[in-house]
Design a protein around this ligand. Structure first.
Ligand code: SF4
Ligand code: SF4
Length: 427
């Protein structure tokens, strides 16, 4: 029998059982069919979960949450860096000056604040060059969203070769910020804490279990939602503030769907948001129907990272605010092409590890037993009504059949099977 090693799977998304009412909202929305509801409680199947956070968004009882760090962790380090997600620019009302926000965050115990938008500017230059000059199978797929990368590993392994092997702006920002602070302060790397202010549970997971690299440059992540109130109240008392380096409006625009392609400056691209839409596009790519497209950017969240479950603001309002800054002089790119390309050529921002397929669907480690189980699964699927009603606590009849074969459920969990059984017993 295939044994799931639970310790192998760190997940930032967790269920607070005592809050769960077993309503099945999360089970029905989970794009990976990773949730079951048994005995009126949700269960997350860890090997399937990609930490997209869809369940956090839909749970009416706030029973699904993300584990992130809190500010007390800053005490563990001599110096601390905050990496600001590009989505931060959409979280504050127009009358709040972003310089004050930066200063407010710095005053919370950070020595240095670095904008992820600068790293996105660097990534845009590198991607433009790769798309123009390198021979990677088309369309080239963005490596930015870790939830999408996990889906490709699990469901579209043939597309792994299309993924561009550069690190996400979050990782690039952390590396560059650390370099800068080490140089200025003559401090050892181990004594620096680097924390991402995150809109996204999938990124929290990617810090603990990095994709394409051995070890993340980040120490941890703090949910934007968790510290938002403190930031707002801090900004009220700020009169003096430093001038902070910011990404360009295009770099910051990576936070919204279509933003990567706009920043790269290409026209022949597809952008998609929401996991179901992204999966539809990936299917077309897999069938070879989109080889004429240069670039594909997929965001698990609706609207892009602005739709991440750990943000505060509505994604469409946040996107509109971010669009508005495009005319502001303060948001012109300061990154030189030669600087970005040097980072790429010296492999300072490239993945070091090959991305491998991930097996979550296999029914057994032993081939012959797996084949027998597939036969059994087909047999059970034929008996089940095919309504995908979810009343059995599995999201579809197929998922229930799989659970039965794995020994986690019973055919009579299906209420229609129960009815048939009772009818037979009665007759
Ligand atoms: S959405 Fe999921 S976690 Fe939340 S109450 Fe319903 S079943 Fe429980
Ligand atoms: S779209 Fe952005 S916020 Fe949403 S899962 Fe992907 S990286 Fe995270």
């Amino acid at each position: 029998m295939a044994v799931i090693d639970m310790n192998k799977y760190f997940h930032s998304v967790v269920l607070e059982e005592e809050k769960c009412k077993g309503c099945t909202h999360c089970m029905r929305k989970c794009p990976m069919e990773a949730i079951r509801v048994r005995d009126k409680r949700a269960i997350i199947i860890k090997e399937r979960c990609i930490d997209c956070g869809e369940c956090i968004i839909v749970c009416p009882y706030h029973a699904q949450n993300a584990i992130t760090d809190d500010l007390s962790r800053l005490q563990d380090f001599e110096m601390n860096i905050a990496i600001l997600s590009t989505t931060m620019y959409g979280q504050f009302t127009d009358n709040i000056d972003m310089n004050k926000v930066y200063q407010g965050i710095k005053n919370m115990g950070f020595d240095y604040v670095y904008d992820e938008g600068i790293a996105a500017d660097i990534s845009s230059i590198i991607l433009r060059n790769i798309i123009e000059k390198e021979k990677i199978p088309k369309p080239i797929i963005s490596s930015m969203c870790p939830a999408i990368l996990r889906i490709i590993q699990v469901r579209f392994p043939t597309l792994l070769k299309n993924i561009v092997n550069i690190e996400s702006p979050m990782e690039i920002a952390a590396r560059l910020a650390k370099r800068e602070i080490m140089k200025k302060n003559n401090i050892k790397e181990d004594n620096i804490g680097v924390f991402y202010l995150t809109p996204c549970p999938a990124k929290v997971t990617s810090i603990k279990q990095p994709i394409g690299i051995e070890k993340s440059e980040l120490t941890g992540a703090i949910s934007i939602k968790k510290i938002y109130g403190d930031i707002v109240s801090n900004t009220k008392h700020i009169t003096d503030y430093d001038k902070f380096n910011k990404g360009s409006h295009l770099g910051i625009g990576w936070s919204s769907v279509g933003g990567q392609s706009k920043a790269i400056g290409i026209k022949n691209y597809i952008s998609a948001d929401g996991i179901d839409n992204v999966i539809d596009v990936l299917e077309e790519i897999e069938l070879g129907k989109l080889n004429n497209i240069d670039f594909f950017e997929g965001y698990a969240c609706i609207g892009g990272c602005v739709g991440g479950p750990l943000n505060v603001e509505n994604p469409f309002i946040a996107s509109s605010r971010i669009r508005k800054i495009s005319n502001n002089e303060e948001y012109k790119s300061k990154v030189k092409d030669s600087y970005a390309m040097d980072l790429y050529k010296t492999k300072a921002v490239c993945w070091t590890n090959e991305l491998k397929p991930k097996e979550i669907m296999q029914l057994d480690d032993d081939f012959e037993t797996a084949v027998k189980k597939i036969e059994k699964l087909k047999y059970i699927l034929d008996i089940l009504p095919g309504l995908d009603c979810g009343s059995c606590g599995a999201p579809s009849c197929r998922a229930l059949a799989e659970d039965i074969v794995r020994g986690y459920a019973n055919i009579y969990d299906c209420m229609f099977m129960n009815d048939n059984n009772n009818d037979n017993e009665g007759g």
